[in-house]
Design a protein. Sequence first.
Lengths: 62, 468
Amino acid sequence: MPDLTPEEIGALLVSLGLPADPTDLPEVAHRVNAVNEALSVLDHPDLDTTEPASVFWLKEEG
Amino acid sequence: MANEDLIHTSVAELSALLGERKLSPVELTQSYLNRIEALDDRLHAFITIDAEGALAAAKIAESAIANGKRIGPLHGIPMAVKDQMDARGLPTTGGSSILNDIATADSTVVGRLREAGVVLLGKLNLSEFALGGSIKHPYGVPRNPWDTDRQPGQSSSGSGIAVAASMCAAAIGEDTSGSIRGPASWCGITGLRPTWGRVSRHGILPMSWSMDQAGPMTKTVEDCATVFAAIAGYDPHDAYTSHQPVPAYKSLESLKGLKIGVIRESMGDGMVDSEVQQQCEEAVVAMRQAGAEVIEVSIPLFPQGGLISNGVADADAAYVHRERLAAHSAEYDFATRRRLLAASLMPAHLYQKAQRFRVIMRRQVMAALESADVLVTPSQSQPAPLIATDTGLDSKDAVMRQFFGIRAHRGPFNLAAVPAMSIPCGFTNAGLPVGLQLVGRPFDESTLFQVGGAYQAHTDWHTCRPSL
């Protein structure tokens, strides 16, 4: 995924009704770009056959 | 022993004295209140101190014990809880200047402590809304009792400080991505993140619905087991609490017959500070000497634990905060605000991907727990750093350095929903505590207590106290 600029981040935040203080935007952009890049490159052979889950014990206890 | 010295002892020792009526709950409570008054201006462990309520509860406990109506081992024990949990009649701030409502009912955890006869001293400081990473603290910057220029760990900072500095006999923290185990490690105390589903979330400010879990923070493993037994168990107010019975604590003299699995990926260059690694390796040697068989296990996804855990938890938190963030953005700490804003922009497909990796992480953790009864890793990759005045996140690489590899050690286990406990295992040359993390099978806190208890029977790190 391409890195987003602070200006693009600001526009996205405004579109969600969230504050876009110019002093926040560079750091928010670094945070967004880091997570997007790190998660995008993460891979595993079982990824597409693994269904997401959050609560494990319910299934295990029946 | 004078009451002023007794406050440094364990819950077990205090409980024995209270049960034998050799110690007054009122005098003990007053001793802790004196200690809080003497230290809190420096350490900022407490947000709310309820001296009047605590002394009233202590008088009731004293009368009940005198009349032969002792409830159990926590009756008359002064404790405090992270100010993320409601306690009737007291404000719940979440460590934020935005909230200050007086709770009209107890959270389940606080209610169960009261039922056990606990004397509630007050509410403890924390990172804003329990996110971790706060720079500004409206109720005072929490300071590590071992070196007040350093961080006590986040987000259950006040809980870690208060126990380490003997400002309460035991505390309750909350751990979403490491917020009990981290402060426990840096403050040199014992802290348990129970199996997710063990302890009710009712009446606790949420961050990530599928990972938030309250747990005990104490001086010893035995105390941890005692407090855990009081707060754990099914609660009709939390649909995701389990009916699994909470077994009583049984100590072990020897670790013979138990397998300890050292996670290969948790050690080595780039993953852990060399002094921290050395202390943890020496702890494993002590466990071997206590009779355990030590093996090496692998969790290949381990280094990604911080990334995946933060990915899931932060996106969940962004949902929780969406309306408050829009209405009160300027009142948030700038670091909290920026973290939540970034998480608000996580693409749906990456959130889905993080959730799938959570399942893969769970499989890898469970496979390791088939080879070993308990896994061990350092609780934190480094000793307590200096208190920060800025986030330092001036580039994408800085975010990756700060949030991913070095935050890997606790994330895999909150993702996998298994119990994990930090116990003190030594000090750096600078005198900063180091914690060893013990990880168990789901709902098998008992084995963690047995291994941790046996380790503490053979070592004395848990008896060390900071000079204040």
